[in-house]
Write a protein that binds this ligand. Structure first.
Ligand SMILES: Cc1cc2nc3c(=O)[nH]c(=O)nc-3n(C[C@H](O)[C@H](O)[C@H](O)COP(=O)(O)OP(=O)(O)OC[C@H]3O[C@@H](n4cnc5c(N)ncnc54)[C@H](O)[C@@H]3O)c2cc1C
Ligand code: SF4
Length: 327
């Protein structure tokens, strides 16, 4: 492991002033320390942000919920407002990692976590995301866990977060602060597609940090997060779906659908939402919506099964959400 300078920031301005493009912030440390030990991330300086006043969850007058960057995944999942108004976010958080990790992991750290692509995590292997221009080992290599949506010929790695999928479905805004002031970025635009530049993973500029994530006013309806994986705990998604269904009688008035495990970023499944609106809440409708979202999927040598699995995740999450809307 390489050495690095270490500083502690006591307020947001200090955190902004003290970190440059070759530095890293540390919150819970559950991603950063692994990647520094693996020699994948090589910060010159690590700035500890854990003393910043960003641990509050606050209801805003306009009905939104403001979540501090340092609120732990465990605290957010168990927060009364989240359990009542955003069960999909709570379920997604509780489907992730383990109890110990969720106690340490923070909201901003979760948004900023890196891919679990094994080639990215092995500095001896070519990887365009870690070393731009070096090539992608996964495209011709072992790609069973890789993405089928949003890929490019430079990178096919999945975004690993569960929480982010719940937040895309619920609707949210990422608030960042930096040398140019405060910016608000719609959650689903925050993570970037790999395109030609897979090393650019998000819309965070040098010197900026995430201060909050603000959840949209509650959408009501029935909500469900379904995560399909190789084992039932302590494992990343092969395919996941966050679904919100609003019903009038048995007709779907509005639906929000997001997916994880199958895409290069937390994936808003707009074609599925369009296929659901105004339709009866039946198994046939849910299966049509699932087909719609996966119609643009591209499989590689080992991950073709994800197209089927992704459809099943969408159809089942929608069925569960509709059942909850009826209850
Ligand atoms: C064994 C294991 C299993 C896991 N399983 C799952 C899973 O099933 N589902 C899932 O979703 N996740 C899973 N995770 C990932 C886990 O959710 C993340 O490691 C965690 O959320 C990161 O939060 P952190 O506070 O520890 O981040 P840190 O490790 O402190 O930081 C992560 C990154 O975020 C940056 N950062 C931190 N705070 C800020 C800020 N305020 N603004 C800008 N950048 C910031 C850091 O510089 C770093 O690059 C797993 C992790 C491990 C180790
Ligand atoms: S899929 Fe992306 S992260 Fe994985 S080896 Fe290819 S470029 Fe690197």
């Amino acid at each position: 492991m390489r050495g690095f300078e270490f500083e502690q920031a006591s307020d947001i301005q200090q955190a902004i002033n003290r970190h440059g493009s070759s530095d890293a912030l540390i919150a819970g440390g559950t991603t950063l320390l692994d990647l520094v030990k693996l020699d994948v991330m090589r910060p010159e300086k690590v700035v500890d942000v854990t003393h910043l006043p960003l641990r509050q969850v606050e209801s805003l007058a306009d009905g939104r919920l403001k979540v501090g960057a340092l609120v732990s995944n465990a605290d957010l999942a168990r927060h009364d407002s989240v359990l009542r108004d955003y069960p999909i976010v709570s379920e997604a958080l509780l489907a992730g990692a383990s109890t110990g990790l969720r106690n340490m992991a923070t909201t901003a750290g979760n948004v900023m976590q890196r891919t679990r692509c094994p080639y990215f995590r092995d500095p001896d292997m070519p990887c365009n995301k870690r070393e731009p221009g070096s090539g992608c080992s996964a495209i011709e290599g072992i790609n069973r866990n890789h993405a089928v949506l949003g890929t490019s010929d430079k990178c096919i790695a999945t975004h690993p977060s569960d929480m982010c999928v719940g937040m895309v479905a619920a609707g949210a805004t990422v608030v960042v602060e930096g040398p140019q002031g405060v910016r608000e970025i719609p959650f689903e635009e925050y993570h970037l597609l790999p395109g030609e530049t897979p090393e650019q993973e998000h819309d965070l500029m040098a010197g900026e940090l995430i201060t909050h994530v603000i959840l949209d006013p509650p959408r009501g309806g029935g909500q469900s997060y379904l995560k399909l994986r190789d084992r039932s705990s302590y494992e990343f998604a092969l395919a996941s779906c966050a679904a919100i269904v609003n019903l009038d009688g048995d007709t779907i008035t509005e639906a929000r659908v997001a997916m994880g495990g199958v895409a290069t970023k937390p994936w808003r499944a707009t074609p599925a939402e369009e296929a659901l609106k105004g339709q009866p809440a039946t198994r046939e409708t849910f299966e049509r919506a699932a087909e719609a979202v996966m119609q643009d999927a591209v499989a590689y040598s080992h991950n073709g099964y994800k197209i089927t699995l992704g459809k099943q995740a969408v159809a089942r999450a929608l069925r569960d959400a509709a059942n909850r809307a009826r209850a």
